[in-house]
Design a protein around this ligand. Structure first.
Ligand SMILES: *[C@@H]1O[C@H](CO)[C@@H](O)[C@H](O)[C@H]1NC(C)=O
Ligand SMILES: *[C@@H]1O[C@H](CO)[C@@H](O)[C@H](O)[C@H]1NC(C)=O
Length: 481
């Protein structure tokens, strides 16, 4: 009896120990991660809600330029449909003249999963691609272009928006009632073809490292900023709190007549420099490869901005131009926090040094960089920008909402890819900051500015990547004006 009892106690102990072990086994690592994810999510939501919009006076935001109709398709399905064989030579082209170049250019960005946007100079080819996309099952149409997407996000976040762009008559039906359009009416809107691909998509020998999109366009209206006069006229009485400029990449490699582009950008510079000091100016970067255009942008546009927004590709590209070297077409699509922060500090330093030395334009007081794994912001102390911590949290949440295509974030469709701690710089001996679940947005002070970093709950069931940067940047700005 006693023996039996002892052995059953023993059995009991062994059994419960085994159950414990099994439980631990099944708990880790997935459910531990899930718990962490849930905690990060609720903390980010709390941070986002911490500051509300002032409902009495809706912030006023003016956004230019242009817009288009997007056709969104699965990239690989489209290339298969037109019978384009995967190339064995991934290659960058400044613009696309024929199908071989399309295949090479697509392969170049598809494998690393870097966002890219190229002009197709061959009208026949572009029409063929659009026709094929129209017939593709599962295609979607939507209002596109940086300015309309940012306008849409701002309007739905509670702003009154003036949008500079020339649209077709039916375009207005798709815009929020809080958006007023300034521009001409055009019969045929410009069309952008968005080739989306999920992470791990396969095209011949290539597999995409992350979800992203490759965009082709062949615009007739957008490169000319043809809404600028109307926009400028309405701007006087609109008196915006914030003026946003984006969509200028439509000028990249566009076959302008001699001097035409410079004239347009000079006109834009004049508009920006006459903006009231009470109006903050934000410039949203994009995928540029045309060096002479970029150098015009640095001298005529960027100089007038208080705030810049860009992704992990655009940051090193801009930086290398400032350092006097050539464009960097492709950079690490999933960079470390330390690398990005060092690049941000450097850009901030160079832009502000230039401002102090020349006395022209505005000081840069805000820089927002969006990457797959995290959002990072630098904001100068004592500047006009408010609520940096909450804005970084909101930008991070918007990344998931946009890519998953849902305002409600489902933790089962999200993944944290940021490490448990990050180094604030690549310099030796730099401080490491742990990612705290209860306070996931880390903010600290350096020199005359504050830096905030927030992890992104990376969406694992991708609905759409295109327009992500615009939604994210707009969401970040909304809480800061
Ligand atoms: C333009 O594209 C069409 C269709 O793919 C092709 O037949 C033609 O050769 C291309 N033109 C040039 C100049 O490459
Ligand atoms: C991003 O902006 C576009 C245009 O305003 C909008 O249609 C889309 O729903 C936005 N995405 C999210 C997740 O808010």
């Amino acid at each position: 009896m006693a023996v039996e009892l002892r052995s059953s106690v023993k059995y009991g102990t062994v059994l419960s120990f085994t159950v414990l072990l099994l439980a631990y086994w099944f708990r880790s690592p997935q459910s531990v991660l899930d718990e962490r994810l849930g905690a990060v999510l609720s903390s980010l939501l709390r941070a986002e809600r911490k500051v509300g919009m002032n409902n009495i006076a809706r912030p006023r935001v003016a956004i230019g330029f242009g817009g288009c109709v997007d056709i969104i398709v699965d990239g690989v399905t489209l290339l298969n449909k037109i019978g384009l064989q995967p190339t064995d030579k991934p290659l960058h082209h400044d613009y696309i003249e024929n199908v071989e170049q399309l295949a090479q250019s697509f392969a170049y960005f598809f494998a690393p999963g870097a966002a890219s946007e190229r002009l197709v100079v061959n009208d026949t080819l572009f029409s063929q691609l659009v026709e094929a996309s129209r017939e593709l099952p599962g295609n979607r149409w939507s209002v596109g272009g940086n300015a309309p997407v940012m306008a849409g996000r701002m309007a739905s976040e509670g702003c009154d928006v003036l949008l500079g762009g020339s649209f077709s008559p039916d375009f207005n039906d798709y815009l929020s009632e809080h958006i007023t359009v300034a521009g001409n009416t055009v019969e045929e809107p410009d069309i952008h073809l968005i080739l989306e691909y999920p992470s791990g998509a396969i095209w011949g020998p290539y597999s995409s490292r992350r979800a992203n999109r490759y965009i082709v366009h062949s615009d007739d209206h957008n490169p000319y900023l043809d809404s600028i006069e109307e926009f400028d006229k309405k701007l006087q009485s609109f008196k915006p709190d914030l003026l946003v400029v984006g969509g200028l990449q439509m000028m990249d490699n566009f076959p302008f007549k001699q001097g035409e582009r410079e004239a347009l950008l000079n006109r834009l510079a004049q508009l920006l420099s006459s903006a009231s000091p009470q109006t903050n100016v934000h410039f949203e970067m994009a995928s540029f490869v045309d060096e002479s255009l970029m150098s015009n942008l640095l001298d005529l546009v960027l100089l007038h901005a208080d705030s810049l927004g860009m992704n992990e590709q655009e940051l090193p590209n801009l930086l290398s131009l400032f350092r006097g070297s050539t464009v960097t077409v492709l950079s690490d699509p999933n960079p470390r926090v330390a690398t990005v922060l060092d690049q941000m500090r450097e850009l901030y330093r160079i832009v502000n040094l230039r401002h102090r030395q020349t006395g022209r334009g505005r000081a840069l007081t805000r820089l927002h960089v969006h990457t797959l794994a995290f959002q990072a912001m630098i904001v100068t102390h004592g500047s006009q920008w408010k609520n940096t911590m909450s804005a970084t949290a909101k930008a991070s949440l918007t990344a998931n909402r946009h890519v998953c295509g849902s305002a409600n974030i489902d933790p089962s469709k999200a993944r944290l890819i940021l490490d448990e701690s990050f180094s604030v710089s690549r310099r030796e001996g730099s401080q490491r900051i742990p990612l705290q679940e209860s306070r996931p947005v880390s903010c600290w002070t350096e020199d005359e500015y504050e830096i905030c970093v927030a992890p992104v709950l990376v969406c694992t069931e991708v609905y759409q990547t295109a327009g992500g940067g615009d939604n994210i940047s707009a969401a970040g700005l909304v809480l800061q004006i």
